[in-house]
Design a protein around this ligand. Structure first.
Ligand code: ADP
Ligand code: MG
Ligand code: MG
Length: 928
């Protein structure tokens, strides 16, 4: 067999991380560009996989022979000999796979020391302290990693000696102490393994190589790969690096440290890192002494600091990416021992990418691709101060990102009342309902003890960009008592808590926060994104407030304005209920007449805010019973009222008596007692509730999501849609008259046949004529259809003949395509489907490209066959997810629409989609 297993740093391919591991490949690369790396070589990941595949774990043939050849080259390069009793070569044996897995696998330093080579090392360096320092380190690391001796056994001995001699840290130990420690360590190994410490250097080397290979399949590493989803495509096996030792522990003119070419916390363009003098290896990270900031080296070792800056510049110029590197200084010479791309938080990533593009190190396109769209989420919401280290009181599901603190309140009215006083509140409920909406507006954040990531609370909070922790089952909420219980802790109304909707944690008290960071660099980067992208990014925004915020995030219009949210406001709901319970068309019209000016004013605000961008208004969609209280609630309330009435009747007698008594004295009664005693008031409330209950019962549907809703309502109650259409067009006419350019779009929900569209279109046309005549201005608008019913997709060509645009409502379309009702699916069987890999993802979170996506693609094609300029978009939560956005680009949509705070993520994702599509096209073009 002539397999090649070992590659010297001079010959290894710096691009081949799969074969050589990240550490090995980069060490090859920087050796070859002339940086000062101690001579070394890599044994490949292939050797590792081969080794682990053998039943008895045997090194494949040739590995040790090639290792000896490579060692001979190290001997030539250094002029030292491995195992020499006069000037011994020592090496480190280090792990390193294609993906960085910090601290998961093992490294051994100072290998090659034994009782004889130690004497040689001491004689050659004339430094006894250094010799024993290296020896004790080697015995400990080798003992731990290769022989399985528990670290504590060594630490005990180390501390005992330190205590004996009264040393504070390792620097206080003399040669004799370190010698004592080495001897104790040898005894520990002998005692624990039942055998003496291996003396033969090549035996040591072979054992060490095997130990590193074994660490790949160790529990720690396996757990880590599972946790971080590192698959075998990404990294398979670890390589072994054998590197000539250089010594940072030879005295005070020696040091070891780690550096970042730029500050990884802020992105600032300045060398950042720490070092320790007279130290080795992991001392800096292990925290045995407090390391010094690298800038101090400018005074302490000025010429070396200059060398370090030079190393930094060369690394960055070569990789054009922030590097995280290790170095050691031995007697005035600087060596680089490792480099890799630096991990950074999102704002540092954005800043360094934009600055590197400005510096000409990378292109705008590269800068864009470097930032993961999803990571922007970190920057767009306030978050807990990373320095905060408290333990959460409880945890729930991270349902809407961001962090917020405030006083606990247990109902929406209270939230609104305190909010109006300018107080910060957190709304805490078992679960929330549409009628709690005013509480959402007033609250900083929402906490529920029941419900999932798609519960009402979660969906609404995400739409508003407010933090939400949902389904925190450890919390028991007692709304009546105005208290919540968590184990032994009681939270009363008014207590301050902090929510972290990004992690799902809940803390007592106000935890310090870092504000959202819409930096100049982010604005620049998103500007580049808009240039690169083809898709337009719109926002879902229901209120003038939402619209203003969406604009701040760079929305290019509103892709979905749900009119029902406007109906839910506290002062409007009674009018909406009047409209619903009306028995005659006249009664209904009276209620609608009251709603018209309210809706018109809302639309006007939204149009003005977004001018001249398009605003897509969706006509009423949900089944109307959703605006009414539930049957159970009404039944309970009526029962209470009837009780009340009885006691009021009792009161009435009292009042009559009081009247008689008072009358004899000739004094007037307080009017409130009059009112209280008046049963007519209670009667009228009872009558109204009975009327509503009757309506609720009449409207009851077996399957409301598939029932009387959307355009079906518009056709059975044309006066509702007419009012909404009028509100849109009159608002547009008003704006136009005032010189504000607007682009209203009217969108019909739940359409399944072209006839429905034609029907509503007629309404629109007739209202449009009237409005233009009344206002005396031209009003332009577009008319379009939601695509959320399978039949609509199948009939896309005939629908397209009636519409200027389509908008895929992928939440409903997913339900319809799978015949799953979302809540039932997510609560009952989807988790198991995912676990058993019957379905890869939750199709309500990740667009099902193969099924729902295919239907969309077909519908786009069919629609454009009759209407080539048909505009097509997507609204619904998928519209904000990078993978779905990529797909929308591929099937030729014109825009995506998502919640306001996700707009920046979508803008970047849209740019990625175009750039990557372009790259793929370039590859296929070449292949053709
Ligand atoms: P990790 O992947 O855990 O960082 P490394 O293999 O990089 O493990 O090594 C651990 C420590 O030992 C690092 O600080 C590294 O710089 C140091 N080190 C490794 N090899 C040598 C060597 N040949 N000479 C001096 N220090 C070394
Ligand atoms: Mg390292
Ligand atoms: Mg829908």
């Amino acid at each position: 067999m002539n397999n090649k297993w070992a590659y010297s740093y001079q010959e290894g391919d710096g691009k081949n991380k799969q074969l050589l591991g990240g550490k090995g490949a980069n060490l090859c690369e920087i050796t070859q560009i002339g940086l000062n790396v101690p001579p070394g070589f890599v044994i490949s990941t292939d050797a590792c996989l081969n080794y682990l595949a053998q039943p008895e774990h045997q090194l494949p043939e040739g590995v040790m022979a090639q290792t000896r050849e490579q060692m001979a080259m190290l001997e030539t390069a250094t002029g030292k000999r491995f195992g020499s009793a006069t000037d011994p070569l020592l090496v480190s044996v280090r792990s390193g796979s294609a993906m960085s897995m910090p601290g998961m696998m093992d490294t051994i330093l100072n290998l090659g020391l034994n009782s004889q080579t130690l004497m040689g090392l001491i004689a050659h360096t004339r430094n006894e302290r250094f010799g024993y320092d290296s020896y004790r380190r080697f015995i400990q690391l080798f003992g731990k990693v290769a022989l399985g001796v528990p670290d504590e056994l060594f630490d005990e001995q180390f501390d005992a000696v330190k205590k004996n001699v009264g040393a504070e840290s390792d620097v206080g130990l003399q040669a004799a102490d370190l010698k004592d420690i080495s001897e104790r360590f040898l005894a520990v190994v002998r005692h624990h393994t039942g055998r003496p410490f291996p003396e033969d250097p090549y035996e040591q080397l072979e054992i060490a190589i095997k130990a590193v290979f074994n660490s790949w399949s160790g529990k720690r590493a396996v757990d880590y790969r599972r946790e971080f989803h590192i698959t075998s495509d990404m990294a398979n096996g670890t390589a072994v690096n054998v590197v000539t030792m250089v010594f940072g522990n030879m005295g005070n003119d020696c040091a070891t440290g780690v550096g970042f070419t730029r500050n990884p916390a802020t992105g600032e363009n300045m060398l950042y890192g720490e070092y320790l003098t007279n130290a080795q290896g992991e001392d800096v990270v292990a925290g045995i002494r407090t390391p010094k900031p690298l800038q101090e080296m400018a005074q302490e070792m000025p010429s070396l600091y200059t060398q370090l800056l030079d190393l930094r510049n060369k690394l960055e110029r070569h990789y054009c990416e922030i590097q995280d590197f290790e170095f050691t200084i031995e007697k005035g010479v600087l060596y680089c021992l490792q480099t890799r791309n630096g991990k950074m938080n999102a704002s540092a990533m954005v800043r360094t990418s934009v600055e590197m593009a400005h510096e000409g190190l990378i292109s705008e396109e590269q800068a864009l691709l470097r930032v993961n769209p999803q990571h922007l989420e970190q920057m767009l919401y306030p978050r807990l101060d990373p320095k905060f280290k408290g333990t959460p009181l409880a945890t729930g599901l991270p349902a809407s990102p961001g962090a917020a603190s405030g006083q606990v309140v247990f109902d929406a009215d209270r939230a609104e009342a305190l909010g109006k006083q300018g107080l910060k509140v957190i709304l805490v409920r078992e679960e929330t309902k549409p009628e709690d909406i005013h509480g959402f507006f007033a609250a900083q954040g929402i906490l529920t003890s029941r419900g999932g990531k798609t519960s009402h609370a979660a969906v609404v909070a995400r739409g508003m960009g407010k933090p939400c922790v949902a389904g925190a089952e450890g919390i028991h909420v007692e709304v009546q008592l105005r208290k919540a219980f968590v184990g032994g802790t009681v939270i009363k109304e008014g207590d301050v808590i902090t929510l972290d909707g990004t992690s799902g944690s809940i803390y007592l008290g106000a935890v310090p926060k870092v504000e959202a960071d819409f930096s100049d660099e982010l604005i620049t980067l998103l500007g580049w994104a808009d240039k690169a992208a083809r898709l337009k990014v719109m926002a879902n925004a229901d209120t003038p407030n939402d619209a203003a915020r969406a604009l701040k995030y760079g929305a290019m219009g509103i892709g979905l304005c749900r009119t029902e949210r406007m109906f839910n406001a506290a002062e409007r709901l009674p009018i909406v209920i009047d409209m619903i319970v009306a028995d005659t068309a006249e009664q209904r019209q009276a209620a609608l007449d009251k709603l018209l000016p309210i809706q018109r004013a809302d639309f006007k605000e939204v149009f003005k805010t977004m001018s001249p961008r398009p605003v897509t208004v969706r006509l009423l969609d949900p089944p109307i019973h959703e605006f009414l209280p539930s049957e159970q609630q009404l039944v309970d309330e009526l029962e209470q009222l009837r009780h009340l009435r009885l006691s009021v009747q009792g009161m009435e007698v009292l009042v009559e008596t009081a009247k008689l008594l008072a009358g004899s004295n000739g004094e007037p009664l307080p009017s409130s007692v009059h009112e209280l005693g008046d049963t007519r008031l209670v009667d009228s409330v009872i009558t109204r509730k009975e009327q509503i209950l009757k309506k609720v019962r009449a409207l009851r549907e077996v399957n409301p999501m598939l029932g009387h809703r959307g355009v079906r309502l518009g056709i059975t109650f044309p006066e509702i849609y007419t009012m909404q259409i009028r509100a849109v067009l009159e608002a547009a006419a008003d704006c136009t008259k005032a010189g504000i350019p607007v682009s209203p779009e009217i969108m019909v929900p739940q359409v399944c046949t072209a006839e429905e569209l034609k029907h509503v279109k007629k309404l629109v046309q007739s209202v449009h004529q009237q409005v233009e005549a009344t206002f005396g201005v031209k009003v332009s608008y577009q008319f379009g259809s939601m695509m959320e019913v399978v039949r609509a997709c199948m009939r896309a060509e005939s629908l397209a003949a009636e519409a200027e645009f389509f908008s895929f409502g992928t939440n409903d379309l997913t339900q319809a395509t799978f015949s799953f009702s979302r809540e039932d699916a997510e609560n009952k069987f989807l988790p198991m489907y995912n676990e058993r890999e019957i379905l890869q993802d939750n199709p309500f979170e990740v667009l099902d490209v193969k099924g729902v996506g295919r239907l969309m693609g077909l519908a786009v094609g069919w629609g454009r066959s009759t209407h080539p300029t048909l505009k097509v978009g997507i609204c619904g939560e998928h519209g904000g997810h990078p993978a779905s956005i990529r797909f929308c680009d591929e099937i030729g949509l014109n825009y995506v629409s998502c919640s306001g705070p996700r707009v920046p993520i979508a803008r970047l994702a849209a740019a990625h989609a175009q750039i990557l599509l372009g790259k793929e096209k370039a590859v296929t073009d070449k292949a053709v």
